[in-house]
Structure formats: structure tokens, C-alpha cells
Design a binder for this molecule. Structure first.
Ligand SMILES: [Zn+2]
Length: 120
């Protein structure tokens, strides 16, 4: 029997970490203020701009992780935790140990990743 509570605690903790990372990113980004769109003026510091782009990429990555984490928490509530969202097979226990918020089995995750890449 899987120790779901242990995973729930781990995932909640990860969620907290990611949320604080996103907050910190927003604080550090010189262009992040919500009411100010990114306006590139002549003479805008290139390094600052690059910093902003890096922040956006990082933030998007964190948001993706956060989505997955929230889905994993939902699955815990629904009682479907540990079952792949795609093929409905059990996710390998070792994989869950390494990545508690995993909602797909390794095979499906790879397929989804590849699918995303080929669409672009
Ligand atoms: Zn699967």
C-alpha cells in the first residue's frame, strides 16, 4: 500500500517552494510589475532585458511545475494518485519517489514531451 500521506506532504512542500520562487523572481525582475507592459526603448540596458527574458522562461517553467503539482494534489483528493493520467497504468513507485508530483508514467511523459516538440 502506498503511503499517500507522505507524498501529500512532499508535494505540498514542493508547492510552497515553487510559489516562493515565483514571488522572488517577480521581485527581481526589473520589468515584472503587472501594470507596466514591457516597453523596449532605445537605450534599454541589454543585460536587463536579457535578465527579463530569462526570468520569463524560468517563471513559465515554474508555473508548469506548479500546474503539475496542483494536479497531483487533486489526484490525491480524488484517490487516483499514482495512476497515469494518460494510460491509466500505475506509475512506477521509484518514479514517484524521485518525483512525487508526477502525474504521468515515464513512457507517457516522454511521449507528451515529444508531441509538444514536434508540434512547434
Ligand atoms: Zn502512462
Amino acid at each position: 500500500m502506498m503511503d499517500i500521506k507522505k507524498f501529500a506532504v512532499l508535494i505540498e512542500r514542493q508547492r510552497g517552494t515553487i510559489l516562493s520562487k515565483i514571488k522572488r523572481l517577480r521581485r527581481e525582475d526589473p520589468f515584472s510589475t503587472e501594470d507596466r507592459a514591457l516597453i523596449v526603448e532605445p537605450g534599454t540596458d541589454a543585460a536587463q532585458l536579457f535578465g527579463h527574458e530569462k526570468t520569463v522562461v524560468l517563471e513559465n517553467q515554474l508555473k508548469r511545475d506548479l500546474k503539475e503539482i496542483e494536479k497531483a494534489l487533486e489526484k490525491i483528493k480524488k484517490g487516483t494518485y499514482g495512476i497515469c493520467e494518460n494510460c491509466k497504468e500505475r506509475i512506477d513507485a521509484k518514479r514517484l519517489d524521485a518525483k512525487p508530483a508526477a502525474i504521468y508514467c515515464l513512457k507517457c511523459e516522454k511521449e507528451i514531451e515529444n508531441g509538444k516538440k514536434s508540434k512547434k
